[in-house]
Design a protein around this ligand. Structure first.
Ligand SMILES: NC(=O)c1ccc[n+]([C@@H]2O[C@H](COP(=O)([O-])OP(=O)(O)OC[C@H]3O[C@@H](n4cnc5c(N)ncnc54)[C@H](O)[C@@H]3O)[C@@H](O)[C@H]2O)c1
Length: 359
């Protein structure tokens, strides 16, 4: 068991408290710190640890360099009864997207649908937390964002489009909800940052190095390009995220969004957020019964050889969440140390580790 593999378990409540304290120490207002901490810890609970509290050091670097405004409050402008625009004012993407989905839900409750475009925002981490915000209000959702260049367009070799996730969700009855949250690349770039942090190798089909060769070294991969999933189709989906999130909103687009790990200038990310009332065409009970039926048809379908269980989109993450609520969230020592350095900078308590284990 190497030091890199040993896991340090942190209770989600302690993780949230820690992140809130670090954020407040960096000038983030209390209500915004609560939103950001909750989104990051949700990602870690769901096993999307590429987009969890380990992002804190890079976000804090952006605040210290003055390219992310810790104190900004997003503003909202109503455009039509079902359309609004949020200006993120270069504050946290989490806060701008949270406001956008809140307003989209209110409009959907009244009119059946609510659409909010967000400009001048920042990285909002795991998109599924916004889908979950809609699910908590009983709504279906579409959640798009653009992001910094990481992916060549099909036939190209330079980083141009983002590995911008597209996410959507729908509530069910007694079965788990549908939550699709996927980057248009073979793997999210966060998975490469995580492998680099943890001293791990990556699969050869994730990225090319800067000479255009397949690599299993995450550091070389970060110098090169991510590979789109499904060839031209993944590349087209990343362009779609840019059309809806960048072009439409008035934010940066066409390769001009700044990487969240680059503290040299504002990111100017755009998002596109829609909430839809599920009982527009039938009763809510009928809609939910149909979702439950779809779920059962999917997970009970005949399995391919070697497959033990079929999962609905979002289900693996839900199972991970149930497990981590009990065990705590596993981190490696280097991650805990990096987080504690942030705590030290602003004079707040270190992260409380509840147990250390090998799993
Ligand atoms: N904010 C940003 O700029 C940004 C950029 C890239 C990625 N991300 C985030 O990174 C995260 C990871 O993205 P990803 O593309 O690597 O996700 P992923 O490949 O792990 O999962 C993609 C989707 O497939 C589903 N899925 C995965 N395995 C499955 C299985 N065996 N059976 C059924 N469904 C399955 C998941 O539930 C999920 O909805 C996402 O949360 C995304 O929002 C954020």
């Amino acid at each position: 068991m190497t030091e890199e593999q040993r896991k340090y378990y942190v209770r989600h409540t302690d993780a949230r408290k820690f992140v809130e304290a670090v954020l407040r120490g960096n000038g983030v207002p209390e209500d915004h710190a609560t939103i950001v901490a909750d989104c990051l810890v949700q990602a870690d609970l769901r096993g999307v640890d590429t987009h969890g509290i380990n992002r804190i050091p890079s976000y804090m670097a952006r605040i210290r360099e003055g390219v992310l405004n810790a104190r900004a409050s997003p503003t909202l402008q109503q455009v039509t009864p079902v359309v609004a625009q949020v200006d993120g004012q270069n504050g946290f993407g989490f806060v701008a997207a949270h406001l956008a989905m809140k307003r989209a839900i209110e409009m959907a409750r009244e009119f059946g649908i609510g659409m909010v475009s967000v400009k001048h925002s920042n990285h909002y981490g795991m998109a599924a937390w916004i889908v979950q915000q809609a699910l908590d209000a009983g709504m279906m959702s579409l959640v798009f964002t653009n992001s910094s260049p990481a992916l060549p367009v099909w036939g190209g070799r330079e980083k141009l489009m983002g590995v911008s996730p597209l996410a959507c969700g729908a509530p069910a009855g007694k079965e788990p909800p549908f939550i699709l949250d996927m980057a248009p690349s073979v793997a999210a770039r966060g998975k490469i940052y995580k492998a680099a942090r943890r001293g791990e190798k990556i699969p050869l089909d994730w990225a090319l190095d800067k000479e255009g060769r397949p690599t299993d070294d995450p550091h070389r991969a970060l110098e090169g390009v991510m590979l789109p999933m499904g060839g031209p189709k993944g590349s087209a989906l990343s362009i779609m995220m840019d059309v809806f999130s960048g072009v439409l909103s008035g934010s940066a687009f066409a390769g001009h969004v700044t990487n969240p790990y680059d503290p040299s200038r504002p990111a100017d990310v755009g998002h596109f957020i829609v909430a839809i009332k599920p009982d527009l065409f039938m009763s809510l009970d009928d809609f939910k019964a149909r979702m439950d039926y779809l779920y059962r048809r999917v997970v009970d379908s005949e399995k391919a050889s070697g497959v033990d269980r079929i999962y609905f989109p979002g289900e693996i993450e839900q199972l991970t969440q149930a497990e981590r609520l009990k065990t705590g969230i596993p981190y490696v020592e280097a991650e805990i140390e990096a987080l504690n350095r942030e705590a030290e900078r602003v004079g707040v308590e270190k992260l409380v580790v509840s147990t250390v284990g090998d799993a």
